[in-house]
Design a protein around this ligand. Structure first.
Ligand code: FES
Length: 107
């Protein structure tokens, strides 16, 4: 069965912080950023859809992440851009909290 990738223990990612899971571990095309926002975890492709910036290094608040480079904001659950200059959705991945661990299921 497909159980996803165990990326961190609950508590390892502080609220408002994100963890980068390298592509070599995910077996996915991009580094995946795992975000913690108010007790909820989300995962998106780490690279901003507008340019070469790491969303894991952005500002996380209210279910959104703001790109550190040009301040586009993305919905953490859908990856949809919420404002300019980004216009393209970043891929979202399912996150599961199970047995005290955070699991990501790459899309
Ligand atoms: Fe993210 Fe430009 S690189 S908004």
């Amino acid at each position: 069965t497909h159980t996803g990738i165990r990326v961190a223990a609950v508590g390892d990612i502080e609220d408002g912080e994100a963890l980068k899971v390298p592509a070599e571990i995910t077996g996915h095309g991009d580094t995946i950023a795992v975000f913690h926002d108010g007790g909820v975890y989300y995962a998106l492709d780490d690279t901003c859809s507008h340019g070469q910036a790491s969303l894991a290094e952005g500002w996380i608040e209210d279910g959104e992440v703001e790109c550190p480079l040009h301040s586009a904001r993305f919905c953490l659950s859908s990856g949809r851009p919420l404002c300019m200059p980004a216009t393209v959705t970043v891929r979202a991945h399912r996150v599961e909290v199970r047995d005290g661990w955070i699991w990501v299921h790459p899309t």
